[in-house]
Structures are given as structure tokens and as C-alpha cells.
Design a protein around this ligand. Structure first.
Ligand code: FEO
Ligand code: CA
Ligand code: CA
Ligand code: CA
Length: 598
């Protein structure tokens, strides 16, 4: 009998056992290649990677550091090629620079870090017979966006006094994007990127709004404020109000100015994923990755124009400027819950309930209207967390990626973990966040009323309560727990062509490495979860993209283990002993050329 032959279609592979190998480990019968690594030149004129002689100028033409979200877009007219867009979330200076002195970084090191942040677009070419994918350097569509690239601010807070600085009195022009974590691909052919932990780059903050966003009161970790005063909040108080947005990037126009969309609110945006209403308006789901923070939905008021004409592309780039921003409030339906330690389920047997989308503010062509008492619309869009606080939104266990399943319309919310849940002085457990000191996280499944993207009511159920299946508090949508892989700390999610949910993890608290998992969402195998690959030492799994013939993942922060440095590495991935550890993108395919998991 073929191993795993009875599994759900798309998940018929031998699961990879939990392990601590310093490698990307894939199922038997599958092969892999490194598509592109940190430092590989992608722009014309960029030099080959030389970690001992790196410069900011070189880095600005090379693939950035710590890749997270990945998107693959079609490239009509160039057979076998696609455009890969990647987020470069943050830099890991001790693993980039030999002898790095964190107390006294040099200007060159800081400018290299600026150039290693942001986004990359790079054309990739598939092998005709296998799933192997290689980068096409110097392609005219290849592009880097960094911490110093010019952005245009759009939507209701563009031009607001809250966004004006000494360098930009218009409040409409920002240099750079920071901490792009996950993201999404729009139906109109652009990409969205969440600016997540932007707080860490700023120093000397003191206002209550800064505190709500976690900005440091003293020096920042990377000391950028010494090299550009805009990172010193005491000198440029509005600069942090210009980060924390969803940004939109047009990979088909290398001269375009990327945008920051204020209508989607300002918080630690994990990512942003789009679906369309029945009449063609965009709906964007986005999570705020913080302990006890919220998740949100934006419902646009303008319809997408079909086609790729210049007029259609220009119109569609304005779709996220007008509409209503909502925050989620969830209500459980069980009279009592008793889970942690005891393994008891909620008293009605299921973690489930109902929910509503509470409107916060509406942006129109004529101006914006606040729905939150005591806050102007501008304040709602810039201090969105405070608006969520005021309307009593539900405090979640760190909302990471949120994505609608194209096969069913159900929406999946990865709640990664929350060490403080239910502890002294913090919010208690509830039916959607049921575990005290939640180490392993859960995945919530949300069904919009009538399955309509713009509904203001929904039903929800916990699809997975993650952890070791032997732990009685775990739950895998009712699937027999002796037949699933252990999983901990769900983060990025994606769907395969069969409607299975794929989950990548970050911070596995079970003592083994992070990885990528596929799980059936419907039929009699619903909840059958299988591990597809595992990461090298210290890495989190990002991307992912699951196509018919290929799986793509980003290996983020390999070797990031306390105490590790360039001279004392915790990982030698991907190039082996003596070579610097490099975050990279990996493609995986089936050796026999057939589709993934069938
Ligand atoms: Fe960058 Fe929420 O993970
Ligand atoms: Ca219940
Ligand atoms: Ca993430
Ligand atoms: Ca994470």
C-alpha cells in the first residue's frame, strides 16, 4: 500500500517527522532547490555577494534579508517565467556582520540594514521537467524597495497633520517601508504587505499613543536614531505615524511609487489578504500581531475594473482608499469552558460562537466619518488600536495571517500563541482563546453570514487547537488525533488548488523545528494535518505558496539562536560549513513530476 494513499487529495505524502536537522527536510520522493538567497545580485550592476566587504550600495541591488511573505505573479509573454515578490521583514545584524558591536553600529552597517529591509521583485524561471525554480538576474522587472524608497501615502489620513514631518510638510511622502511580515496578492495584480513591528526602529517615545504601540522610551535596538533623526521620536514626533500600514506594490511597473494605504488602519499589520464581494468590491482581512490585539476587515466601496489596461490598473490602485474599516468582536456560545490541563472541551462540546464586525470609520471621496465616539476619523485611521479598545473588540492570542479559502469562502485566522493569556493582570481565557499561557496557538475558522464577504455578522469555530496531539487540550477539527502531525505556533497560511489549508509555523514550542503543514478543510478527512517540511536550525517557515507542481517557502532567520554570531554560527544552512548562514527561498517538487500530494 502506498504510504498515505488514503489521505485527502493534495495531502498524499509521507509526513516529515518532527526533527532538529539543520536542513530543509522534505517528504520521501520530493526534491528541492534554493531559488534565491540573501545577497544574490538581482539588479543590473549589482556585485556578487561578499559578506566580508558588503556595502549599502551593493545590498540595494541584491536580494534582501529575512524573507517572509512570497507572491508569484504571472508574466505573460515570457514562457515559463513568473515574478516572485518577497518581503524582507527585518535584519539580524549579529548574523550579517562579523564582530558586530550592537552598542556602536557603524553608519555603513546601518545603511546596509536599511537596504536589506523592504521588498524584492525578481523574475524566476521554472525548469521544464521539474519544479526547480531559478532567479533571472538583471531582468527589467527586478526591483528592490528599501527603508529609503519613496512611498506615497493614500487614503483618509494622507496629508493629515498627524503625518507631517520636517522633511515632509505635506504628510503624503514617506521614505521606506519597515518590518514587512506577511501579505497578499490582489485580484487586480498587485501585492499587499503588512508593516508589522515598526515600533522597534524608533527611539525616545513618550506619548500614551506611543506606549499603546510599544515604541521604546529609550534608545532603539539598532540605534538608527543616531544616523537619521527621523527615528528619534523626540525630534520627529510624527515619523512613527507614517509606519504601521498596509503597503501596495505594483510588480508590473518598475517605475511606480508604492503606496501606504491609511484606510486599512495603522497597527502591527501581520499581512493583508483580499477577496471580492459579489458585486466586485475588495474586502481585505488583516490581523494585528500583538498579545491581546484585534483582527480587522476593510470593505471597499469601489468596484474592481477587469482587465489590465492602463486605465483599469490606475483605477484599481485606488480601490483601497474608500470604504469602511471594521474590527472583530467574538462571542462564545458555551456556558462554561474548562480546558487547560484537564483536556475538557467547552460545556457544549465545541469552541464556537458568533461574531460581528464593528465599524470604526468610513472613508469616501469627500472625506471620512468616524463611527467611534470621542475619536475623529483621522484618529481612527492613525490610532486604530485605540479605536478597537473603545468599541470593545475581542482581545485575541496574536492574530497572524488571515486568509479566505477560495474553494469555500471560509476565512482562517492563525492565532500564534499568547504567553500572558489568563495570567495575573491580563485578559482571561474565552472560548476563542481558550488556553492559559497559550504556548501553541490555534486556528479560527470564520464563516461570513450568507458566505458574503461584506457581511457584518459571522459564525466562528476553532478549527485547530495546536500542540502535541497527545495533549488532551488539542483539537484537530475532530479528526482522529493518532493520525495527525504535532503543530505549534501557526503563522502564515495559504491554500492549495484542492482547498486544503497550508500552515507555516514560527516558534515551535514542542522542542523541534518549525515547518510547513497541510490540512484538509472539508469532507471526511477534515482536520487531517500532515507535516510537509521542516526548517533548519533557528528558522521560521514563511511564504508559503502551494501550486499544482511546486511548493515555495521562505526560510526566515536561519541560525537565529541566542548567542549565535557570524563567528559562532548556530546554522550552516544553506551552503555548508565555513559559509555564512543566509535566509533564502526554497522550491520543493515531486521527483516523478506529478502534482504535489496526489
Ligand atoms: Fe512577523 Fe507576526 O510575524
Ligand atoms: Ca461552544
Ligand atoms: Ca508572521
Ligand atoms: Ca510570527
Amino acid at each position: 500500500k502506498k504510504p498515505g494513499a488514503k489521505a485527502a487529495r493534495g495531502l498524499r505524502f509521507e509526513p516529515v517527522a518532527p526533527n532538529t536537522h539543520d536542513a530543509v527536510t522534505v517528504p520521501a520522493g520530493y526534491e528541492q532547490n534554493v531559488v534565491i538567497r540573501w545577497g544574490e545580485p538581482i539588479l543590473r550592476g549589482a556585485p556578487a555577494f561578499d559578506p566580508e566587504n558588503q556595502s549599502a550600495k551593493a545590498q540595494a541591488g541584491q536580494f534582501g534579508y529575512n524573507c517572509d511573505f512570497l507572491s508569484l505573479l504571472p508574466l505573460p509573454g515570457e514562457h515559463g517565467r513568473q515574478i516572485l515578490v518577497a518581503n524582507h521583514e527585518y535584519t539580524d545584524e549579529v548574523l550579517m556582520f562579523r564582530g558586530y558591536d550592537a552598542a556602536n553600529p557603524t553608519r555603513e552597517q546601518v545603511e546596509i540594514a536599511w537596504a536589506a529591509h523592504g521588498l524584492a521583485a525578481v523574475v524566476v524561471e521554472g525548469d521544464r521537467r521539474t519544479g526547480k525554480l531559478v532567479a533571472v538576474p538583471r531582468h527589467p522587472l527586478n526591483r528592490r524597495v528599501t527603508a529609503t524608497t519613496e512611498f506615497r501615502v493614500t487614503g483618509p489620513a494622507a496629508g493629515s497633520d498627524l503625518l507631517k514631518t520636517s522633511a515632509d510638510p505635506t504628510g503624503r511622502k514617506v521614505l521606506g517601508t519597515l518590518n514587512n511580515c506577511s501579505g497578499g496578492t490582489t485580484p487586480w495584480g498587485t501585492t499587499l504587505h503588512g508593516e508589522e513591528n515598526f515600533n522597534q526602529y524608533f527611539a525616545n517615545a513618550s506619548r500614551p499613543t506611543d506606549a499603546r504601540y510599544g515604541l521604546p522610551t529609550g534608545a532603539s535596538e539598532r540605534k538608527w536614531e543616531r544616523f537619521d533623526k527621523r527615528f528619534d521620536v523626540a525630534q520627529e514626533p510624527n515619523e512613527p505615524h507614517r509606519f504601521g500600514y498596509v503597503v501596495e506594490f505594483d510588480p508590473y511597473d518598475p517605475t511606480s511609487t508604492p503606496r501606504k494605504h491609511t484606510a486599512l488602519g495603522r497597527f502591527k499589520h501581520e499581512g493583508a489578504t483580499v477577496r471580492l464581494t459579489d458585486d466586485g468590491r475588495p474586502v481585505v482581512y488583516t490581523g494585528d500581531d500583538e498579545r491581546f490585539d484585534y483582527f480587522y476587515k476593510f470593505v471597499g466601496s469601489k468596484r474592481m475594473m477587469k482587465g489590465q489596461s492602463r486605465a483599469a490598473r490606475e483605477h484599481n490602485l485606488s480601490l483601497l482608499d474608500e470604504g469602511t474599516l471594521y474590527v472583530a468582536k467574538l462571542t462564545g456560545d458555551s456556558p462554561a469552558i474548562e480546558i487547560d490541563g484537564t483536556g475538557k472541551l467547552p460545556s457544549d462540546g465545541e469552541f464556537d460562537g458568533s461574531g460581528e464586525w464593528i465599524p470604526l470609520a468610513t472613508a469616501t471621496a469627500k472625506g471620512a466619518v468616524s463611527h467611534v465616539e470621542g475619536m475623529t476619523a483621522e484618529e481612527v485611521f492613525v490610532f486604530t488600536r485605540l479605536a478597537g479598545d473603545k468599541v470593545g473588540a475581542t482581545k485575541m492570542d496574536r492574530p497572524e495571517d488571515i486568509e479566505p479559502n477560495p474553494a469555500t469562502g471560509k476565512v482562517y485566522v492563525a492565532l500564534t500563541n499568547n504567553s500572558r493569556r489568563g495570567t495575573t493582570g491580563n485578559a482571561p481565557v474565552d472560548e476563542a482563546n481558550p488556553r492559559i499561557g497559550n504556548k501553541h496557538g490555534q486556528v479560527l475558522e470564520l464563516t461570513e453570514r450568507w458566505n458574503r464577504a461584506d457581511s457584518t455578522r459571522f459564525a466562528w469555530t476553532l478549527f485547530l487547537v495546536a500542540g502535541d496531539p497527545a495533549d488532551p487540550s488539542t483539537y484537530f477539527a475532530g479528526f482522529p488525533k493518532d493520525q495527525v502531525s504535532p503543530i505549534s505556533c501557526p503563522d502564515n497560511v495559504a491554500f492549495d488548488p484542492h482547498g486544503n489549508l497550508w500552515i507555516s509555523t514560527d516558534g515551535n514550542a514542542l522542542g523541534t523545528h518549525d515547518g510547513l503543514f497541510g490540512v484538509a478543510t472539508r469532507g471526511d478527512r477534515r482536520g487531517e494535518l500532515k507535516q510537509f517540511l521542516t526548517m533548519p536550525n533557528g528558522a521560521e517557515t514563511c511564504g508559503p505558496i502551494v501550486q499544482d507542481r511546486r511548493v515555495l517557502v521562505a526560510v526566515q532567520h536561519p541560525g537565529e539562536i541566542d548567542g549565535a554570531t557570524v563567528d559562532n554560527p548556530a546554522s550552516v544552512w544553506p551552503d555548508g560549513p565555513g559559509k555564512i548562514v543566509r535566509p533564502a527561498v526554497v522550491a520543493v517538487w515531486r521527483a516523478d513530476g506529478r502534482d504535489i500530494g496526489v
